[in-house]
Design a protein around this ligand. Structure first.
Ligand code: ADP
Length: 160
């Protein structure tokens, strides 16, 4: 069974993330989407809220599992769940430097685990969770940016 792990902050999940999830789920027997804590980022949603929003979005994708992690190095978690591959989405060269460093560092910690980069769909290269939050604050319709299932969650949080 080929298992892959797709990690991120997903604060919140965007159509760019969802595009990577759909494509990766077609390649692997099981895809674990793992919501992680990023100490460098102040988030709008809690870890569980972010996971819940992803679950609602992917509920028709039968081989996708959504989970949260706040206490473990990513590659250790990959090893724990039997994932041989970590999936990363690449939007532009600006993503590359950091992801390349992390992939090499992870390879030293766990040589058996591969990092696989998937290019963002050209439709979504501009899209990030930060862009979504910025648009939401100015009342822009979020339909082009995030899955329908979570639009109300974002509006409720912004209006609080
Ligand atoms: P961000 O906060 O920058 O949106 P995340 O930490 O939530 O990023 O991203 C998780 C993963 O999804 C990363 O591998 C990131 O490169 C990828 N990703 C983010 N946005 C997109 C997009 N629009 N298209 C493809 N991949 C993306």
């Amino acid at each position: 069974m080929r298992i892959a792990l797709y990690p991120g902050s997903f604060d919140p999940i965007t159509l760019g993330h969802l595009n990577i999830i759909r494509r990766a789920a077609r390649i692997f027997d099981a895809l674990h989407v793992c919501v992680m804590v990023n100490s460098a980022k102040q988030t709008m949603f809690t870890l569980d809220e972010r996971a819940d929003m992803i679950r609602r979005t992917v509920r028709r994708l039968e081989n996708v599992v959504v989970e949260t992690r706040d206490d473990m190095l990513l590659v250790k978690h990959a090893k724990d769940i039997g994932a041989g591959v970590i999936i990363k989405g690449l939007r532009a060269v600006s993503d590359f430097d950091w992801e390349f460093q992390m992939a090499l560092a992870n390879k030293i910690v766990e040589p058996d685990i591969e990092t696989l980069f998937m290019t963002s769909s050209s439709k979504y290269t501009y899209l990030s969770s930060t862009v979504v939050k910025e648009m939401a604050r100015y009342g822009v319709d979020l339909g082009d940016f995030v899955p329908r299932e979570i639009i109300d969650d974002i509006l409720a949080r912004i209006n609080k």
